[in-house]
Design a protein around this ligand. Sequence first.
Ligand SMILES: Nc1ncnc2c1ncn2[C@@H]1O[C@H](COP(=O)(O)OP(=O)(O)OP(=O)(O)O)[C@@H](O)[C@H]1O
Ligand SMILES: [Mg+2]
Length: 401
Amino acid sequence: MAHELLSDPLLKGVPVFDGFKVLKPCVLYELVGRGGMGVVYRGRHLSLDIDVAVKFLLPDLEQKNPRVIARFQREAKIAAHVTHQNLIRVFSIHSRFNVHYIVMEYVWGETAKACVKRRGPLPEREALTILLEAAEGLAAAHVKNIVHRDVKPDNILISAEGDVKVADLGLAKAAGEQDFLTATGAAMGTPNFMPPEQWYDTRSVGPAGDVYALGATLYFLLAGRPAITGSSQAEIMSRICSQPFPDVRREIANVSSDVALLLRRCTQKKPDERIQNGRELAEELLRILGGERERLVQAETGTGSRRFRLQNPPPRETIARIKSALLGTGSPKASEQPLRRYLIKHAQDRSKLPAPLFSAVAASVSARSATRDPIPLWVGILSVITALVVFLLVLGTLFLG
Ligand SMILES: Nc1ncnc2c1ncn2[C@@H]1O[C@H](COP(=O)(O)OP(=O)(O)OP(=O)(O)O)[C@@H](O)[C@H]1O
Ligand SMILES: [Mg+2]
């Protein structure tokens, strides 16, 4: 298993089985990336038999504001109700072993940011198609009054098949509000795409705030760099709030006038002067594209990309054993019963079952089952019958004789 997983202090309370961290409903096996709010691991979902992305909330956030967890769970639940092919699907949220995590659809691909880094500025029609798909995903959230608040090239994933998916819907809002933004500098890692209103009152950000961020993202896709930069967050903030959004044609001469106008309409300082939501933006984009979407260049899947190299996924037999122990599927071996009991009990009451004890039991169980066959059932039954007969004989001898 990847070294990062075993040594990550965030996961220190999570049980290890056969060298893999097991966290219901998955087995974790690869570090995918770190962001401002959390760490993303790749795992295998035990009952669905698919790869999933598991995002852990950073403990800092919880310590600085305990309400963040409740908000995280609430918003993730709301986001789970919005399903759209252009939004990352949320499967479940959990709090176990002192960690808070969200299990979601895994995208085998790269972020829009990584794509631009790899290929440089994208051709206009391709950039518009990426934005169109992202806008359609967000439109599904906007009709349910859900605002993303952290749209940026890092949160737009492009799959190997060329599908576009917006990640982290609801999470920025959950962790958001002033206290979160100021408490965790890291969370402000990429503020270049935030609308001006988000800087003075995060609560007031509506769908038009996401439209601004989509516009800033389109600029990035076309120019290969953010429209507004600065040497500090304060500098970026002051430029976003005070300077007009730059004209993309100063950077790239051959951008069409339709696109330059669209960008202006997305990035007005006042939210009510912008295109209002994802649906309106998608319609504008489709009109500029003449009703035709560009076929997206597939995300890189070559050997050079770390994202596409599997890092020692758990072998099938390990998954099967964990499944039978944890989920009770198939017929668990007798030797795995103690592990199962521990897992179930531990999940219910972690205070009584410290993680080191659990790991020791898990390790001993896995060592035993690796070296020995379980005791057959008939031997057990015969032993119980023999013990009973001996007991009755002794009783008989004592009372009758
Ligand atoms: N569902 C997913 N499938 C595949 N990879 C993902 C998924 N979600 C996130 N990632 C990867 O994990 C990395 C870290 O994601 P994370 O959301 O924690 O950080 P971020 O998007 O860079 O910043 P932020 O915390 O502001 O969202 C991303 O850059 C992306 O490469
Ligand atoms: Mg993200």
